[in-house]
Design a protein around this ligand. Structure first.
Ligand code: DC
Length: 248
């Protein structure tokens, strides 16, 4: 993907309204960021949202909140009815629950994210966010939205202005996850974290519906050996060029 490619795709749709006149509908500028667990996509998305005044949605939180609600109800995350019921009960409180970061919730969210009915339920929420990015703190109108996940560029927002695929070697990602867990005071054994991560990668990549994948027009950023600042600079350049191409 290049910034010039985006200009051609055009973010101005000109549908005819019921009266037959030409109405101009401006689609929000969307940045889609996909990648495996602990690739650094979440941190990147948060920093980009701040830098460019985008509304940010961490779509993994929707799956995690669903998993938390299913586990709290004593249900099986692989049970489609229980999982869909959980997805329908997502609330702002559930999205802010500190237990979302636990490994049990991560595992359960990966399991229920393979269920087509759960994905369909959460797809609507994500597309609503992209179409109507919420007002930012301080009543600031966002310039667009940045959404990170596994299928944002491929399924949720296939027309996103910018698509990034952020990845890193499994060893590097496991190392980062161990550091993060230990900083939170949670016990972490490198070998266990690496094994869990590979298991989750396989489940996320091999599922039939909306597997983890780079969109053909995504820019891949391999963060192995890069620090968060270097990744941020690379991504910022791409977005700044795309914004300029869209005269935003
Ligand atoms: O990004 P994360 O680790 O918070 O995501 C938790 C799980 O949710 C992950 O294992 C796969 C799933 N997920 C998904 O299937 N699609 C997304 N867009 C985001 C997350």
């Amino acid at each position: 993907m290049t910034a010039r490619g985006n200009r051609d795709r055009g973010h101005l749709a000109r549908p005819r309204d019921a009266g037959g006149t030409l109405a101009v509908r401006v689609r929000p500028f969307v940045v889609a960021i996909d990648g495996p667990a602990a690739s650094g996509k979440g941190t990147l998305a948060r920093c980009l949202a701040e830098r460019f005044s985008f509304a940010h949605l961490d779509s993994g939180k929707l799956y995690r909140a669903t998993a938390l609600l299913v586990l709290a109800a004593g249900a099986d995350p692989a049970d489609p009815d229980a999982a869909v019921a959980g997805a329908r009960r997502i609330s702002p409180a559930a999205l802010g629950d500190p237990r979302l970061t636990s490994e049990a919730v991560a595992r359960a969210s990966s399991i229920l994210s393979a269920l087509p009915a759960v994905r369909a339920e959460l797809l609507t929420m994500q597309r609503d966010f992209a179409a109507h990015p919420p007002v930012l703190a301080g009543d600031v109108t966002p310039r667009g939205a940045v959404i990170d996940g596994r299928d944002i560029g491929t399924v949720v927002c296939p027309d996103a202005a910018v698509k990034l695929f952020v990845t890193a070697s499994p060893a590097m990602r496991a190392e980062r996850r161990v550091k993060e867990l230990r900083e939170r005071g949670a016990p972490a054994i490198y070998g266990d974290v690496l094994r869990d991560m590979k298991e989750r990668d396989a489940r996320d990549s091999l599922r039939r519906v909306a597997p983890l994948a780079a969109a053909p027009d995504a820019v891949t950023i391999d963060t192995t050996g890069l620090d968060a600042g270097q990744v941020f600079e690379q991504a910022s350049d791409i977005i700044a060029r795309a914004l300029a191409a869209h005269r935003l």
